[in-house]
Design a protein around this ligand. Structure first.
Ligand code: NAD
Ligand code: G6P
Ligand code: MN
Length: 443
C-alpha cells in the first residue's frame, strides 16, 4: 500500500494536534510515510510540535516527523498539503473583530468588514503557498485548504491560480450535520444533505438517512431549540463553549421567521446583525476567548511538558474538524467519490446565480477533484442574499488584485452587516491603518 507524505501548512495552528490525531486514527486506510509541519512562525510551531511529537510517539511511532520553516523542505515530494494558516494570527483577528464593533457593526473573523480585512491579508500569502507547493510537491498533489476566510480565498485563487490543485473546505456544514445527527439520534456519516450557498452563507434544504427524509424532524427541533443538542460536550468538544452554544441557539430565531430551510449558523451575522452587536462586548471578543481558551490550553500543556516531560493529550481539540479534512483527503487519494460539502465553481449547479461564483454545495470527491451535485433553482430571498454577498467577495478580491481603495469601500458598503457608506469608510480606514504591512496597498 502506498504511503503518503503529508504537510500541514500553518503547523503552529491550535488545530494541528487534533488533525494529526485524526490522521493516525485512520492510519490503516491512509498510511503516512512522513508528516511535516510548515509555518512562518518557527517558535510558535516548535511549541505546538512538542504536543504533536507525543501524538506521533503514542499513535504512529513509525511515521517520520519533520518541522520546518523552509518551503523546499516542507513540500518536496509531498502528496497532500493541509493548509490552515491564519495570516496575522490572533492579534490581527482581535482587531478584525473589535474595529467594526467600535462602530456598532458585527465584529467577526470571517463575516462583514472583519472577514474582508482578513481576506485582504490572506490572498497573496495563499497564492505564494500554492506557488511553493507547485514548485516542490508531486505533480499529483492536492491542497486541502481550511485557511479562512475560505470564501474570499476560494474566489481569489480561482482568479489568481485557476489551475491550482486546491479544494477549499469548511467544517461548519459538517459540524451542523453532526448536531442534526445528534438531534435525530443518527450516525452523522449516514446523513445525506442537500445544501446551497457560499462559504459561511448557506442553507440546508433536505436531510435524508437511509433514504428516509428526516428534514421535518430537524426543522421542528430547530424551530424550538435551534441546533442546540442536550449535551454539546458529549457530541464534540469543538463548538461547545458558551459562545458557540449561543450560535446554535440563534438558529431558532432564524427558523421561527423562515422555517423552510435550515441556515448555517453564520447566517446570524447577516440576518440578526443588530442583536449580535447588542450582545457583543466590544472590549472582549471571540479572539480573546480563543486566546484564553483553546490556545492557552495548548501552551499550558507545553509548559507542563517542559517541567515534567509529560504531555496531557487531552489539551487539544479533536472532533469533526480533524475528521473532515482527513475524510476528504482519503476520498481524493482513493477516488472514493465520497459526498461532502465543499467549495466549487458554480457552473450552473445552483441554476439561477452567477456561473462563476464559488459556491458551497455537495460534491463527489474524486481523485481528479470535486464533481458538483446540482442543487437547481433557489428562491428569490436566498438568491438575492447570495448574490449580494457574492458581489462583496468578488469586489474585495478585485480590490486586492487591482490595489483599489474604491472597490474595497464598495465591498464594505455592500455587506449586509454595514448600515451606510459613511460607516463603511470609517471602518475601512481604521482597518487599513491596522493592517499596514499586511494588506496590498489600496489607492
Ligand atoms: P492559529 O493562529 O493558531 O494558527 C495559524 C498558524 O498559521 C500560525 O502558527 C501562523 O504562524 C501560521 N501562518 C500565518 N501565516 C502563514 C503563512 N504565510 N504560511 C504558513 N503559516 C502561516 O490559528 P487557528 O485558530 O488554529 O486557525 C488556523 C486556520 O484555520 C485559520 O485560518 C482559521 O480561520 C482556519 N479554520 C478554518 C476552518 C474552516 O471551517 N475553514 C475551521 C477552523 C479553522
Ligand atoms: C467554525 C468555522 C471556521 C472558523 C471557526 C472559528 O468551525 O467553520 O471557519 O474558523 O468556527 O472557531 P473559533 O473557535 O476560532 O471561534
Ligand atoms: Mn468555516
Amino acid at each position: 500500500m502506498q504511503k503518503f507524505i503529508l504537510t500541514i501548512a500553518g503547523g503552529g495552528s491550535t488545530y494541528t494536534p487534533g488533525i494529526v490525531k485524526s490522521l493516525f486514527s485512520k492510519k490503516e486506510q491512509f498510511p503516512l510515510e512522513e508528516l511535516r509541519l510548515y509555518d512562518i512562525d518557527g517558535d510558535r510551531q516548535d511549541k505546538v510540535a512538542i504536543i504533536v511529537k507525543q501524538v506521533v510517539k503514542e499513535f504512529a511511532p513509525d511515521v517520520k516527523f519533520v518541522t520546518t520553516t523552509d518551503p523546499e523542505t516542507a513540500f518536496t515530494g509531498a502528496d497532500f498539503i493541509f493548509a490552515q494558516m491564519r495570516v496575522g494570527k490572533y492579534s490581527m483577528r482581535e482587531l478584525d473583530e473589535k474595529i467594526p464593533l467600535s462602530y456598532g457593526v458585527v465584529g467577526q473573523e470571517t463575516c462583514g468588514p472583519g472577514g474582508l480585512a482578513y481576506g485582504l491579508r490572506t490572498i497573496f500569502p495563499m497564492a505564494e503557498l500554492i506557488d511553493f507547493v507547485e514548485k516542490y510537491a508531486k505533480p499529483t498533489h492536492w491542497i486541502v485548504n481550511y485557511s479562512n476566510p475560505a470564501a474570499v480565498v476560494a474566489e481569489a485563487m480561482k482568479k489568481l491560480r485557476p489551475n491550482a490543485r486546491i479544494i477549499n473546505i469548511c467544517d461548519m456544514p459538517v459540524a451542523t450535520i453532526r448536531n442534526m445527527a445528534a438531534v435525530i439520534g443518527a450516525d452523522r456519516n449516514k446523513l445525506v444533505v442537500d445544501y446551497f450557498g457560499l462559504n459561511h452563507f448557506g442553507w440546508f434544504t433536505k436531510v435524508t438517512v437511509d433514504g428516509v427524509d428526516r428534514t421535518d424532524e430537524i426543522r421542528q427541533h430547530a424551530i424550538k431549540y435551534g441546533l442546540l443538542v442536550e449535551d454539546m460536550t458529549k457530541v464534540d468538544a469543538q463548538h461547545s463553549d458558551p459562545s458557540w452554544i449561543k450560535n446554535w441557539k440563534n438558529i431558532q430565531y432564524m427558523m421561527e421567521m423562515f422555517p423552510e430551510y435550515i441556515p448555517n449558523p453564520y447566517m446570524q451575522y447577516y440576518l440578526l446583525g443588530d442583536s449580535i452587536v447588542e450582545h457583543s462586548n466590544p472590549l472582549h471578543t471571540r479572539a480573546n476567548e480563543v486566546m484564553e481558551g483553546r490556545e492557552k490550553k495548548i501552551f499550558d500543556a507545553v509548559e507542563e511538558f517542559n517541567k515534567t516531560g509529560e504531555v496531557d493529550l487531552s489539551s487539544f481539540y479533536t472532533g469533526v474538524h480533524g475528521q473532515f479534512i482527513v475524510e476528504v483527503a482519503i476520498s481524493l487519494a482513493y477516488n472514493q467519490r465520497g459526498r461532502f460539502l465543499v467549495m466549487v465553481e458554480n457552473n450552473g449547479a445552483i441554476k439561477n446565480i452567477p456561473h462563476e461564483a464559488m459556491v458551497e454545495i455537495p460534491a463527489y470527491i474524486t481523485n481528479d477533484g470535486p464533481e458538483a451535485v446540482r442543487m437547481g433553482e433557489i428562491p428569490t430571498f436566498h438568491k438575492a442574499l447570495i448574490e449580494q454577498q457574492y458581489a462583496v467577495e468578488k469586489l474585495i478580491v478585485e480590490a486586492a488584485i487591482e490595489g483599489s481603495y474604491e472597490k474595497a469601500l464598495m465591498a464594505l458598503t455592500l455587506s449586509k452587516t454595514v448600515p451606510s457608506a459613511f460607516v463603511a469608510k470609517k471602518i475601512l480606514d481604521d482597518l487599513m491603518n491596522a493592517n499596514k504591512g499586511y494588506w496590498p496597498e489600496l489607492k
